[in-house]
Write a protein that binds this ligand. Sequence first.
Ligand code: SF4
Length: 140
Amino acid sequence: MPYDDDLLCPGAPPWTEGAVVFGVVSRVAGRLQVDWLETKTPATPDILALTGDTPPASVLRTAAKCPESCCAHFDGDECQLIGRLVAALAPVASARLPCPIRGECRWFWQEGLAACGRCSQLATQDDHADIALREAARPR
Ligand code: SF4
């Protein structure tokens, strides 16, 4: 497990400096589902261009160094966003599948597999998110 300072935020947008792609989002039976890559890969302009007219943040899951106090979700000690997501969403079973950033993920570091059970059903940009998800994602 890395030091706290080295953790990655799995909600970082694709254009964040140093971002890596670690999953691909699809919609299955009306629900979002994340399929993990075997290894994380740099979110280069060429990779992001593969999504065509679809915003990369809608279909690619990307992570970057957690900005801690520069993020509205960070309370000085932990990310509050994942706690709200765990409370608001039911887990999905695919959460146990290998995720290539699990060893350095802030959400996993804080919440363990409970985080993965929610993360596995999210897109970084979800224009169709329901009210419960929008409320959980709202910075306090
Ligand atoms: S919360 Fe779990 S599934 Fe999501 S990025 Fe972190 S380790 Fe991977």
